[in-house]
Design a protein around this ligand. Structure first.
Ligand code: NAG
Ligand code: NAG
Length: 518
């Protein structure tokens, strides 16, 4: 009874102390898998009584009174089941073009939107603006016009162009690269490869997305500073990372790891699926390639490799599969277009997960301690897959290496009891935090509202490149060395000349003496 009273009293105190904030959240990107993550955080802000205004393509059906939608719905095609199942340099190059052209388009659509224009006319006062750090900086212009300090947010690891603005070192030798293999221990070939692609992605971003965003904003507002400058003013970044999965990184104090907050508790399975899972004598393995990649567009040899491996394993399999085609015996393989992923991963009979290594599914797997066979396709998946392997959460299998034998080997590895035990340990460490990731995200958002004028970014952000790379120091030393070298050689020459003269003089004297003697 006493406990209950104390808890109640502290809740009352908390409610009294935390006044409701006016928060603007800006999500111009139309990717469903991104908003699916952000939504959990927005909902939490709403639950805590803040007045939240959300610009996005995903309006709520029954929003509470303190949730205000500024809907972009219908202005652009929502991304789902769109990418083919293949991976090559062409898909990486294509990803760069897609990301930056959609960054341009997202800005045009948002600024042209009537609801957004109404909001900008009313000019409400916001305590904080939450701006997604993905493919467009357009939202930074809006936050600037409304005079709100910015909290950056991601649902994935950093984009190549986001490192500089937060002063985070991107080093090809030990920082994994979003779009390519190699993780934190790349080979020389991979270091060369990622250096070229890093340049490619950054160049595309600055010239295709950021510059057009700047011009688009200038059509509506006449005083927007350079977007890269606004980006450097972001107060705090809530990064969907946690070192237990992605490894120790060099982050400044205003970059906060909040990875994992979107995962809800699993619910019991229902109906046919429940029967299928619970009657699986040797457990089940879950297969999904996410919401953006169509597994039914898989080349036939790859499909046969997966089906062959399934047939060879004693486990039952569940596969998120988008076509009506029947593949194997219904008692062996359960197919459905939509599946309750969290409830499947949270079921004790689920022993493994064959995944494309999207950040969403990966964090759900580490949450429930389910080992992964990671088969990355596009985007951040290659980097996530490397993190899965390096953290001990699973193994990687590249699409190019996908054969029945290799997949069976990978399944056997992750289903090994010792491997699974280690994954449980990894999962335990993942949950072991001083504050839950959702509380952490909300805490730092409120922190920015409490200290809107303070900036805790690293000084590395404002150091000019020539100083950052120590080019000035190197030139001082090399100039000194060159001058010293010439001085020394000059002195040497002078000394030699003098000696030569002396030698000549002595030799002529001697010659004279000799000739006198003769
Ligand atoms: C909540 O935010 C909206 C702006 O979207 C504003 O119009 C409204 O007055 C705010 N409500 C409160 C209680 O501050
Ligand atoms: C932040 O700076 C503005 C403008 O200088 C000032 O009006 C405001 O009171 C400051 N806010 C806080 C919390 O210090």
């Amino acid at each position: 009874m006493k406990h209950v009273e104390i808890v109640f009293a502290s809740i009352v105190l908390l409610v009294q102390n935390v006044s409701s904030l006016n928060i603007l959240a800006i999500f111009p990107y139309q990717g469903k898998s991104h908003f699916f993550v952000h939504r959990v955080y927005i909902q939490e802000l709403v639950n805590r009584g803040h007045n939240v205004t959300v610009i996005s393509h995903f309006p709520e059906k029954n929003p509470p009174h303190n949730y205000n939608d500024v809907s972009l719905a219908g202005s652009i095609k929502i991304l789902e089941d769109d990418m083919p199942f293949q991976k090559s340099y062409l898909t990486v190059i294509g990803a760069g073009i897609f990301l930056t052209t959609s960054g341009k388009q997202n800005c045009e659509v948002m600024l042209a939107n009537k609801n957004v224009q109404n909001l900008m006319k009313q000019k409400p006062k916001f305590d904080v603006a939450i701006v997604e750090q993905f493919n467009s900086d357009c939202g930074l212009g809006i936050a600037y016009k409304l005079g709100a300090p910015v909290v950056g947010i991601t649902s994935h690891i950093l984009m190549p162009w986001s490192y500089n603005r937060f002063g985070i070192p991107y080093h090809p030798a030990y920082v994994s690269f979003h779009f390519l293999e190699g993780g934190t221990k790349p080979t020389l070939y991979q270091r060369v490869e990622r250096t070229i692609f890093d340049f490619y992605f950054k160049t595309l971003f600055y010239f295709v997305s950021q510059r057009s965003n700047q011009q688009e904003l200038a059509k509506y507002f006449d005083d927007i500073p350079p977007l890269e400058e606004l980006a450097r003013d972001i107060k705090v970044l809530l990064l969907y990372h946690n070192f237990v999965l992605t490894g120790s990184k060099l982050f400044p104090a205003n970059v906060i790891e909040v990875g994992g907050y979107h995962v809800s508790e699993s619910k019991p399975l229902t109906d046919k699926l429940r029967k299928f899972v619970e009657e699986a004598e040797h457990g089940v393995v879950y297969i999904s390639f996410g919401s953006v990649i169509k597994s039914s567009t898989m080349p036939d040899d790859k499909l046969q490799a997966i089906l062959g491996a399934i047939s060879e394993m004693p486990q039952r399999f569940i596969w998120k599969w988008e076509s009506k085609l029947k593949l194997l015996d219904e008692n062996k393989l359960y197919l459905a277009e939509w599946l309750p992923q969290v409830d499947i991963l949270g079921h004790p009979k689920t022993l493994g997960f064959l995944s494309h290594a999207g950040m969403g599914g990966t964090t759900e797997a580490i949450h429930f301690g389910v080992p992964i066979v990671a088969m990355p396709v596009v985007g951040d998946q290659p980097s996530n897959a490397a993190a899965i392997e390096e953290s001990g959460l699973g193994v990687q299998l590249q699409i190019s290496d996908l054969t029945k034998e290799n997949l069976v080997k990978a399944f056997r590895t992750i289903l090994d009891p010792r491997f699974r035990e280690n994954v449980k340990r990894v999962s335990k460490a993942w949950h072991d935090r001083p504050m839950s990731p959702l509380d952490t995200a909300v805490y730092w958002t409120e922190f920015v509202a409490r200290h809107p004028n303070a900036t805790y970014r690293t000084a590395a952000v404002s150091v000019p490149l020539y100083q950052y790379w120590c080019l000035d120091i190197i030139s001082v030393f090399s100039t000194t060395l060159i001058i010293a070298y010439y001085l020394i050689s000059l002195i040497k020459r002078l000394v030699c000349k003098k000696n030569n003269k002396k030698l000549k003089q002595t030799s002529t004297k001697e010659n004279k003496r000799r000739s006198k003697r003769d």
